[in-house]
Design a protein around this ligand. Structure first.
Ligand SMILES: [Zn+2]
Length: 206
């Protein structure tokens, strides 16, 4: 079991070049069941205050802004593993529970890309979306959250219900007394939980 402690993105994933314009993406290397936690924020992820990001040399600041996401405190979190290469999709294959974890929203086959919704915790500046999904919004912007929180709440509740039914090996990397402990503990104990709403901003702690 010790090896799980260094894995906060699901072990059955790999990093692969999508194309020159997109860059890298994260892909399933084995089937991953719907409801499986595929990524979890952990203590090795770097949490940078806005002031710390602003004081970085420009080249590093660009990396933090491109690969980081913004948590409930407004800090930029830079994942230490290949989770930072997860691409956005307007119809993603994973669902965010706060900024704490990502859950597979359908059964993933070998070669499927793990994608997430940047509108929840990533949009620092408005940018064009080229995800190609049928329901692509065309642009991502900070106003997406107030416009779409009801849909995202419903998707989170559905994903969490599925998560209670399947094995969750990634959860071993998480302390049960830290931020997001209520959510993690509920999953470990297979217990239903009323999730915080995106209507209140970015929920779920770091
Ligand atoms: Zn899109």
């Amino acid at each position: 079991m010790l090896s799980w402690f260094s894995i906060v993105i699901h072990p059955d994933t790999c990093l692969r070049l999508v194309d020159e314009s997109t860059g890298y993406g994260v892909f399933a290397t084995r089937p991953i069941a719907r409801g499986t936690v595929v990524w979890l924020h952990d203590e090795l992820d770097q949490v940078l205050s806005p002031a710390a990001v602003a004081s970085l040399p420009a080249a590093l600041r660009g990396q933090a802004e491109r690969y980081g996401y913004v948590n409930a405190n407004g800090d930029v979190v830079l994942c230490w593993d290949h989770a930072r290469y997860m691409n956005h999709s307007c119809e993603p294959t994973t669902t965010s529970i706060g900024t704490l974890m990502e859950i597979a929203r359908r059964d993933l086959e070998v070669g499927d890309e793990l994608t997430c919704e940047y509108g929840l915790a990533h949009v620092i500046e408005r940018f064009a979306c080229l995800c190609g999904a049928p329901r692509c919004r065309g642009t991502l912007e900070s106003t997406d959250l107030p416009a779409l929180w009801q849909r995202w709440d419903a998707e989170a509740a559905e994903a969490f219900a599925w998560a209670l039914k399947v094995a969750q090996p990634v959860l071993a990397a998480r302390r049960l007394d830290g931020p997001g402990a209520l959510i993690t503990r509920a999953l470990v104990e297979h217990r239903h939980l009323e999730l915080p709403s995106w209507a209140d901003g970015v929920p779920g702690g770091a």
